[in-house]
Design a protein. Structure first.
Length: 241
């Protein structure tokens, strides 16, 4: 097993990963876009049919943003190293991809964390643009002016609020947990890891009784995120030949 980092070998690994998983990645990209389009259509239907304007308030949009982020990044991260789910696949994965552990880990990190966030950002911007500039104006034509106050939200403002340090911290934390689960678990990776995340949040909820500031949580998430990434990398090294 080579130990020095090679940029050319790393590029080849990214190309191999794209060739092997391009259908899955394209489906996820389209699903991200479809999520916000459907969200806008749901908001349009609620306003015009039920006179319920509940999907266009900041809290609802922020919740939708969080759920989409969690769902897609956990799915991608948990599928990062499905090739090493069994002993036979572990051997094949190592022999067929003679890259360093750092190259393998970094390749998956770039695809499932960095590129994910870029695509996620773009899809959210497009979806919210459709919501505020197409679906919402159409909905306003079907209700009386005195029934609903026209909102003056800006797409870019929504994006800036939802892609702050808090959101990025959450995303990286979820990524680290599910990446580790992808490496160390052989069966029921997603369900088992999701249970661990649920227990973690239960513990954080208990600590909330003593927490004074939001910065307290950022330190917790930062510590666990870095620790879990390091554990995942070291665990990946144990599969080296």
């Amino acid at each position: 097993m080579k130990e020095n980092f090679s940029l050319s070998r790393f590029k080849k690994l990214l190309a191999i990963d794209w060739q092997a998983n391009r259908k899955k990645y394209m489906f996820i990209i389209l699903a991200m876009l479809a999520f916000w389009i459907l969200y806008g259509l749901a908001a349009l239907w609620l306003i015009t049919s039920l006179k319920k304007d509940i999907f266009t308030n900041p809290s609802a949009i922020k919740l939708a943003f969080f759920l989409q982020m969690f769902g897609f990044i956990s799915f991608l991260a948990c599928g990062s190293f499905t090739e090493i789910g069994t002993d036979t696949n572990k051997t094949s994965y190592i022999l067929l991809l003679p890259n360093t552990n750092g190259e393998k880990f970094m390749a998956k990190f770039i695809i499932t964390a960095i590129l994910f966030w870029i695509v996620f950002f773009v899809s959210a911007f497009i979806g919210l643009y459709f919501l505020w500039n197409i679906f919402y104006p159409i909905a306003m034509h079907h209700v009386s002016a005195e029934y609903l106050a026209v909102k003056k939200f800006d797409t870019w403002h929504n994006i800036k609020v939802m892609t702050g340090m808090e959101s990025i911290t959450y995303a990286f934390f979820f990524h680290s947990v599910f990446t580790l689960g992808s490496i160390i678990l052989s069966k029921f990776k997603y369900i088992t890891t999701l249970l661990v995340v649920t227990l973690f949040y239960f513990g954080v909820a208990l600590l909330n009784l003593q927490a004074k500031t939001d910065t307290y949580y950022l330190y917790i998430y930062g510590f666990f995120t870095i620790s879990l990434w390091l554990i995942a990398y070291r665990k990946l090294k144990t599969y080296s030949l």
